[in-house]
Design a protein around this ligand. Structure first.
Ligand code: SF4
Length: 501
């Protein structure tokens, strides 16, 4: 067990390197020392200065920008035998008075540094910069030394191709990009709903469900291999939905798991080319939640914060991560997931702020069953002045059966169902009785959410029960979308039949 970090979940990076024997020996020495101290994985992109000297790479997902949706103070969602690395980071940063240091947006690792030593690299970087910090200033001018120390490590951990910071970056455009954004800007209570992508190859079921929901909801979310299980992908489902007769706008979910940064850029650009304007960026469920056989361990190249930062810069600054300019910039209304029920609200609010600073314009949350805990989270966001910068759509799941309630409470990371609700479902009688009780609970929650200041709408996740959504909206007297027609002209493409000379 390392002295300053939880145990690492995966072994250190150790690529075969053609280096002189002395350098290999030095790297082995550094690996041994940092292994004992920090459980270091030798990622070569050290951010310990920012993370209260707890190595974030000990997290099973390798998240470098905060905890995941299923983290709890007691344990890691992936390996319950160990504490959550990020919870330890927040805890120690708070004790050290460095919580706000955690707002800086860290880069994904530069793979060419993985497995290399960092100490000699750091000294070389310091010499090449030709400026402080200088040890002599510790006694002569402590403030100068501290400022230069912080700047040095900032420059070291923020490469030119990333330039992460702790500032809010508002979107650099004026007109709404999507129907969802246009409706949210009106100030009405906006409803989105989830449609489960099909297991098979036919999109007919998507068209059917889009028809049920059109006129009731503004947009439909399509999950992206949720729970690490394969289905029709989110981009294809979104495209089928938008081009179906119903013409319902889609929210394409884009998770980082199973995708390198190159594929994320390519998929997001492909979505823009297809006319998909809403993208919800997620880190993704760990592969351990999927069916066996499990894929190989390292499936996370980026996390949700990094994806948001990268896509926002592609849209607003017109550059790929590698610096190549983008001639025709993509148009995306970017969203993120919110987790009111994982770690304490003050920590979750830091994570939410980081996502908003990176580029999240709307947040859809985990389902709300415990209203009081949800409002604690909302208050924590308000304390950080976030509610004016983002649209909040709390999640709602109408429970279809007591079995579903027990499953979600026991097995779905980030979902908490109070015992009183489980008891109501358990005592609701037969299948029909349970469904009616689930609807009653959902309507009670909607009533509370409708009257909660700071919310901009609601996201209904009636998974495999989408037909219930219109009934919920009617019985709860929720408003219908104001803008329902696609306001954005499609790109004019001229088909040429003759090859230019
Ligand atoms: S709970 Fe999530 S953030 Fe925390 S260590 Fe586990 S995978 Fe990482």
């Amino acid at each position: 067990m390392p002295i300053f970090s939880p145990p690492r979940y995966q072994p250190p990076f150790s690529p075969v390197q053609r280096e002189p024997a002395a350098m290999r020996a030095f790297t082995a020495f550094e690996r041994a020392v940092k292994g004992v101290l920090f459980g270091c994985r030798m990622c070569g992109n050290c951010i310990l200065q920012e993370t209260a000297f707890v190595c974030p790479m000990t997290c099973p997902k390798g998240l470098r920008n905060g905890l995941c949706g299923g983290a709890t103070p007691e344990r890691c969602e992936v390996d319950p035998s160990r504490p959550c690395t990020w919870y330890v980071i927040y805890n120690r940063a708070e004790k050290m008075g460095r919580l706000d240091k955690l707002l800086e947006i860290n880069a994904p690792i530069d793979g060419s540094r993985a497995g290399h030593e960092t100490w000699l690299n750091m000294i070389q970087f310091w010499r090449e910069r030709g400026k402080g910090p200088h040890l002599r200033d510790i006694l002569r001018d402590r403030d100068k030394f501290d400022a230069e120390w912080d700047q040095f490590f900032y420059d070291l951990r923020q490469p030119d191709w990333w330039q992460g910071d702790a500032l809010y970056h508002p979107p650099a455009y004026e007109e709404p990009i999507s129907l969802l954004e246009a409706n949210l800007r009106t100030g009405t209570f906006v409803i989105t709903a989830e449609i489960a992508p099909p297991l098979g190859a036919s999109g007919a079921i998507i068209c059917k469900k889009a028809g049920w929901l059109k006129g009731y909801v503004t947009a439909a979310n399509f999950t992206d291999n949720a729970s690490a299980s394969a289905r029709m992908n989110s981009m294809a489902s979104s495209q089928i939905c938008q081009s179906s007769g119903a013409g319902l706008e889609a929210v394409m979910q884009l998770q980082a798991r199973d995708r390198s940064r190159v594929v994320i850029e390519a998929d997001a650009m492909g979505a823009a080319g297809l006319g998909i304007r809403n993208i919800l960026c997620l880190s993704g469920d760990h592969q351990r939640f999927g069916p066996s056989p499990m894929v190989k361990p390292d499936q996370f190249d980026m996390d949700a914060v990094e994806v948001l930062w990268m896509l926002r810069r592609m849209r607003d600054e017109g550059v790929y991560l590698d610096g190549r300019p983008i001639k025709r910039r993509p148009q995306w209304f970017l969203g993120a997931a919110g987790s009111p029920f994982g770690a304490p609200p003050k920590y979750e609010a830091i994570r939410a702020e980081k996502k908003i600073n990176a580029g999240a314009q709307f947040i859809q949350t985990q389902p709300i069953f415990d209203y009081d805990r949800f409002t604690d989270w909302l208050e924590a966001l308000d304390k950080r002045n976030l509610l004016d910068k983002v649209y909040i759509l709390p999640g709602l799941i109408p429970l279809k059966s007591n079995r579903a309630a027990h499953f979600m409470d026991d097995d779905v990371p980030g979902v908490v169902i109070p015992p009183a609700i489980i008891k109501r479902m358990d005592e609701a009688g037969d299948k029909e009785g349970q469904q009616e009780e689930g609807v009653a609970i959902a309507l009670e929650t909607i009533e509370k959410l409708k009257n909660t200041p700071g919310l901009n709408g609601m996201h209904i996740m009636a998974v495999h029960w989408e037909a219930i959504v219109p009934r919920l909206i009617e019985e709860a007297d929720l408003p219908r979308p104001i803008f329902q027609e696609w306001p954005i002209p499609k790109e004019e493409v001229v088909v040429e039949t003759a090859v230019p000379a």
